[in-house]
Design a protein around this ligand. Structure first.
Ligand SMILES: C[S@@+](CC[C@H](N)C(=O)[O-])C[C@H]1O[C@@H](n2cnc3c(N)ncnc32)[C@H](O)[C@@H]1O
Length: 203
């Protein structure tokens, strides 16, 4: 959720639209960090895909733009553009995915991450856009001891969520790899905007 707008504009189900540029920045860097993972061919689940009459689903839109035709989209809202309208936490997947990637509802982020990790194949990825202060709470100590991320990809330029206003907190895409439990996470900072669709990278 955007903290700037948290009190001013209330959205049901923690619905905020991630800027397409933030999504493109993340994928551009992820593709460099994990060059053997073929994003265009991977079967990917976006379990809180978002979208509405005025906005596309940001992660599926990017993946579609690079030729991926196998993204499964799900969201709890009836007005979402997702193909499956369900509560992700109640939904039973019939298959394993190569990756689960989304900006989850902040109030249920831990539950989303744990469920996503149970639904990716060994070696697959779980990538979630989270506030940086998600890293800091002692109440999540047991979670971090069990699930150490591989990458923390910080967006130094804050995403502008609703109505174009910059949020007052920093965000990172946090990336876990199934069955890979590093002693430490690796930090990458995206300093400049990447050019759309990966022409150049600055991070
Ligand atoms: C922060 S928004 C992000 C939307 C979209 N991923 C994006 O990046 O613009 C969180 C989304 O989670 C959805 N959501 C909330 N609770 C959910 C649940 N239990 N199961 C599935 N989707 C949920 C909301 O409807 C909303 O679309």
């Amino acid at each position: 959720m955007s903290s700037t707008n948290r009190t001013a504009i209330r959205h049901d189900n923690d619905y905020y639209v991630t800027p397409l540029q933030t999504v493109a920045d993340f994928f551009s860097v992820f593709r460099l960090l994990e060059p053997t993972f073929c994003l265009a061919e991977a079967h990917i689940l976006d379990p809180s895909a978002g979208g509405d009459a005025n906005s596309p689903m940001p992660y599926p839109s990017y993946l579609s733009s690079i030729g991926n035709r196998t993204v499964t989209t799900l969201d709890i809202r009836r007005d979402s553009k997702a193909a499956i309208k369900k509560d992700y936490l109640q939904w039973k997947s019939q298959r394993k995915f190569d990756a689960v990637i989304t900006n989850p509802p902040f109030h249920a982020a831990i539950a989303f991450i744990q469920k996503a990790l149970s639904e990716v194949r060994p070696g697959g990825f779980v990538c979630m856009l989270l506030r940086l202060n998600f890293l800091g709470s002692l109440k999540r100590k047991s979670f971090w001891l069990q699930y150490m991320p591989k990458w923390i990809i910080v967006h130094a330029r804050r995403p502008s969520f609703v109505k174009g206003g910059n949020d007052s907190v920093e965000y990172a895409h946090i990336v876990w790899q199934k069955e890979y439990m590093p002693e430490h996470s690796r930090l990458v900072i995206i300093l400049l905007r990447t050019v759309k669709n990966d022409a150049t990278h600055s991070y």
